[in-house]
Each structure stands twice: as C-alpha cells, then as structure tokens.
Design a protein around this ligand. Structure first.
Ligand SMILES: *Cc1c(COP(=O)(O)O)cnc(C)c1O
Length: 466
C-alpha cells in the first residue's frame, strides 16, 4: 500500500507573530551574545530550534486547566489530579513535584549517592551528571558502542551495554553503585530509543545485584512510539501500555515535564519505596517547596496532568516524531551529515563532518550553530565538546565522539513550511561551509558551561565570512 501523508492532528486557534531580522542585525546580535545561541534575545530569532524544553504549545484544554488552578499552599486539588495522571500513565506510587527535571535530579542524587559512589547511565545528560558529581559520585557511561557512531543505523542506540555494566559491577562492587540512571530516547545520542527487551534485561541485572534503576522519563513517550514502530511484539500495543511497561521495570523516575508532558514548566520525582518517598518529601521542602506543589503553581500542575493524558495519544506522538523525521529526511536528501536514525525530538547535524576545516579544539558545533543563526535566523544548540565540559578529575576538556548541532523541534509549534525553511537554511550554509570560522573561549563558567560561556572567532571578528 502506498504510504499516506500525515497532517498535524490539530488546527491553530491563536498565533504568535514571528519577527524577521536582517543579516546585519543578526551579525550584531551574535557578537553581543558571545557567539553562544543561548545568549541571544529570543526577539532576534526567527525559527527557534534551540530546545524542545518548555517550548511546547499547550492545547485549549490545558489553557482551560490554567483557569482551574487551586493556589492553596497545601493540598491543592491540582496536585491530586497530577498524582492521579502519573499513577495511571507512569504507574509509580509516590509523586513529589519539582519545578523542573533538575530539581528532581538534585533530590534523588542527594538522597542516594555517597562520596566515592559510581552511577552508571546510558550516556550522560548535562544536569543529571552534574548533580551526581555534586553529590560525590562518578558517572560511568554504559551505553552501547553504536550510540557513539553517528552513522550506525542500529534501531535502539539508547540501549545499555550489559557487558559494560557487568564490568563496572565487577570492578567497583555493587555496594558502591546506588542506582543506574536509565534515560529513554537518549538526548545526547541524538534522541535514540532503548528497546523494552534491553530495559527488562538491564533492570534484571541491576536488581540481581541489589542496584536500583531510576528512569530519566523525560522522553519516555517518544521512546514508547519507537518501540511500537521497531520492536517485534509491540506493533499493536498502545503507547500508554508501552509507557507503563517501560516504567514497570524501574524503581522510580525523574522527569522534566517540559518535554513529553507538553507544558512550559514542571517536573517530578516518582518512587515506589515508601521510605525513600518520605525522605524525598523532606528534601523537597528545603529546595523546591511543600510536597504538594514543589515550586509550581497549582495551575501548572493542572496543565501538566492534562498534558500527560494528551501526550500518549497516538495521533499526537506520530505527528510529533513524524515532523522531526520530515526535517531529517530533507537534510539527508540534501547530503547533509546528520545522526542516523533520525531521533525523536530533533535532527542532529554532525558538525565536525560538516566543517572538516575546523579542529575539535575550535569547537565546530559551536561555530556551526552561530553561523546558522547569522545565515538564516534559525537558532540551534551546540551538543559537543562545549556541552561535555571538563573532566571532573583532571580538569581537561572532554572531546566526545559526537560533536553535534541539534535542531530541536518544539511540540505543536511550527508547521511543515517552517521545516522547509529550516532545511533550506542548513543547505545554503552547507554550500558556504568553507567560510565558517572556529571559535575560542573568552569566558567559561564553572558549571554547565554551554549555557553561559562566551567566545570569539579564532581569526578575524566574524563566524561567517563573505
Ligand atoms: C531536559 C532534560 C533534563 C533536565 O530537565 P530540566 O527540566 O531542564 O531541569 C534531564 N534529562 C534529560 C534527558 C533532559 O532532556
């Protein structure tokens, strides 16, 4: 049967005008931003693909939910709606809301990690790893090798390599591994899923050694969609069923609801252990707020509860991932080096291959994202050596195999025409790639440096010459 086209499963009720800028304005803006797209003013951006975090468009029902905010300090009705939705769709028992994902990571890391512990994970995430380190732990990457190879077509590049995990257990001993951090649809690998078989086996191995498994559930719904597409035996399962099954193998999760859950702010920590829940509730009052709001307004929790229900609707997730795939396929057809297979939340350009004349020490991905902005007003994000930061022990720069620029697609925000313009912008820059200049640091903050660092071109004063 001929493959049918799909269309967005919604129509647009309210619009937000976009502002076009001139190239001259963008040249000035990127200099003022220290060649870091995080430091641009959003009013100077045309199509904003910096991140899919908190940038989703809410539905009419979610907006209506905001009006039902019960802003009581304690026991807000919206907290109980949120708790019900998480229990129903993620299946965990105890829910502690937090202002966003890193709030949950902070609490979990402080509660479970002791000085000298090791925390294995399927590739690092920036905030997750930092919270593990601040708690005295050392992150150990146990993702499969294929994840580090941008050209590998392996369908489950998020999988844990059980041999690497076993080797770590043998080397440091299970009692020095408080938990394994299992990320779904691994962000830094390019939005790559884990299979349910691997999640099951990983959790079995961990539990056999008394090691807990905590899910980073940020993009578990996107992962569930890929399982339905790719894993034998799940073709006719619902997204909700697959999501429940993923979570059922784990002891709890941290969540950045700013991604899958279709809200602009929010997160949570979920656990099944009653005693750990009590400790987490005791921590949340120090850093976030009372355990029935965790730094959120009641209305935010209501929007999140509704967003969770919308996120598992098949037509929604198919269109979401389908839009990313559409952009990815356009770039592949144009010969642009991108990470394969196309991920769930963004298209990741292989920057070192795109700009072979720029050495890793001159940060090709940082330069590429700055140059793309100057060329077109499209804002992307560096996901390479700048994001990886410095080695916790030696202080040296880390150069991960993946030196990427992420074109991240906000949910339900842009149309296919915006994807076309984005693809044309990248293609045009590709034709002019010889004119892109590498960068060096002029300011480097201590933590999560990619957010706030500033750069200058290694020669001249422009990142994209005429
Ligand atoms: C965004 C993200 C986080 C952190 O969540 P915040 O809401 O930004 O604090 C953690 N893990 C993954 C995989 C993420 O994408």
């Amino acid at each position: 049967m001929k493959k049918r086209a799909w269309a967005e499963p919604f129509k647009i009720k309210m619009v937000e005008p976009l502002r076009m800028t001139t190239r001259e304005e963008r040249e000035q803006a990127i200099v003022a931003a220290g060649f870091n797209t995080f430091l641009l003013h959003s009013r100077d951006v045309y199509i904003d693909l910096l991140t899919d975090s908190g940038t989703s468009a809410m539905s009419d029902r979610q907006w209506a939910g905001l009006m039902l905010g019960d802003e009581a300090y304690a026991g807000s009705v919206n907290f109980y709606h949120l708790q019900e939705a998480i229990q129903e769709f993620y299946g965990y028992q105890y829910i502690i809301p937090t202002h966003q994902g890193r709030g949950a990571e902070h609490i979990l890391s402080q509660l479970l990690i002791r000085e000298g512990d090791y925390v294995p994970g399927n590739m690092y995430f920036t905030t997750t790893k930092l919270h593990q380190e601040l708690a005295g732990g050392t992150f150990v990457d146990v993702i499969v090798d294929q994840a580090h190879d941008p050209d590998s077509e392996f369908p489950f590049k998020g999988n844990v390599d059980l041999d690497k995990l076993q080797a770590l257990i043998d080397r440091v001993g299970a009692k020095h591994i408080p938990y394994l951090s299992l990320e779904t649809n691994v962000n830094m690998a390019g939005g790559q899923p884990c299979s349910l078989a691997n999640i099951r086996d990983t959790s079995e191995l961990c539990h056999k050694h008394g090691i807990r498994v905590f899910l980073d559930a940020t993009r578990a719904v996107e992962n569930a969609y890929f399982i339905k597409q790719r894993e034998v035996g799940y073709e006719s399962a619902t997204i909700a069923d697959i999501l429940r099954e993923i979570c059922s193998h784990t002891d709890g999760c941290t969540m950045s609801a700013k991604k899958d859950c279709l809200v602009n702010i929010g997160g949570w920590l979920a656990v099944n252990d009653e005693d750990l829940a009590a400790q987490a509730r005791n921590k949340v009052v120090i850093y976030e707020g009372l355990h029935t709001y965790g730094g959120l307004a009641g209305r935010d929790m209501e929007a999140m509860a509704i967003g969770i229900r919308e996120s598992v609707v098949y037509e929604h997730i198919r269109a979401r991932v389908g839009q990313v795939e559409y952009l990815g396929q356009r770039l592949i057809d144009a010969g642009i080096p991108v990470v394969h297979p196309i991920g769930g939340h963004g298209v990741f350009i292989q920057a070192a291959k795109f700009l072979p004349h720029i050495s890793r020490e001159a940060f090709p991905a940082q330069a590429l994202s700055a140059a793309l902005y100057v060329e077109s007003g499209v804002r992307a994000m560096e996901r390479g050596a700048v994001s990886a930061g410095r080695d916790h022990a030696t202080g040296e720069n880390i150069y991960p195999k993946l030196e990427l620029v992420r074109l991240t697609i906000p949910r339900r925000v842009y149309t296919q025409a915006h994807m076309d313009v984005t693809a044309e912008s990248v293609e045009e820059l590709y034709e002019n790639r010889d004119r892109v200049v590498g960068l060096r640091f002029i300011y480097e903050p201590q933590y999560l440096r990619f957010f706030q660092s500033r750069f200058e071109p290694i020669e001249g004063n422009r990142v994209l010459n005429d």
